[in-house]
Design a protein around this ligand. Structure first.
Ligand code: GTP
Ligand code: MG
Length: 157
């Protein structure tokens, strides 16, 4: 089944938009497979945005993504990658249609509240990078997650 990596960026967390953003994917009908609150280290941010490393805004982008906790999520469903990109809206929130997350909730490209993978392959890869890195594990939770066929995400204790 198709999965995508959705990340609520530090501004989305700081502005109290976590529930609002999750709600949009839930209402659409996609399945939340795993979630964690996470402080993205600099090297992971650089690797995540490596295609943009020659852009003038790259250092600012890395500072932004590492400036506070993010919410890492795996969402599942037929066509979830492209559909999530539609729900999120255009990169520049001023160009994003009303009704999209960025169109309704943001103004600046450099503070556009949420990330969504741009292909199923990148979805898999990004879920692997952000969601399956062991930090410290609540081991009692693992069998329960497996029983529900969910990702065994880890929690920073
Ligand atoms: P993501 O879902 O975060 O990958 O956004 P995207 O796929 O809509 O855009 P893209 O991958 O091209 O760029 C990644 C992120 O870099 C954007 O979401 C912005 O946060 C940031 N970014 C892109 N272009 C600019 C820019 O011109 N200025 C600034 N400050 N940030 C930019
Ligand atoms: Mg992108």
């Amino acid at each position: 089944v198709e999965q995508t990596y959705i990340m609520i960026k530090p501004d989305g967390v700081q502005r109290g938009l976590v529930g609002e953003i999750i709600s949009r994917f839930e209402k659409k009908g996609f399945l939340l497979k795993g979630l964690k609150l996470f402080q993205c280290p600099k090297d992971l941010a650089q690797e995540h945005y490596k295609d943009l490393k020659d852009k003038p805004f790259f250092p600012k982008l890395i500072d932004y993504i590492t400036s506070g906790p993010v919410v890492c999520m795996a969402w599942e469903g037929d066509g979830v990658v492209a559909s999530a990109r539609k729900l999120i809206g255009a990169t520049n929130p001023l160009q994003a249609e009303p009704g999209t997350i960025r169109g309704d909730l943001a103004i600046q490209t450099g503070r556009n509240v949420v990330h969504g993978s741009d292909s199923p392959d990148n979805g898999k890869r990004e879920i692997g990078k952000f969601c399956n890195s062991p930090v410290r594990c609540l081991s009692a939770l693992q069998p329960i997650l497996l029983q529900h066929n969910m990702h065994t995400f880890f929690f920073r204790l």
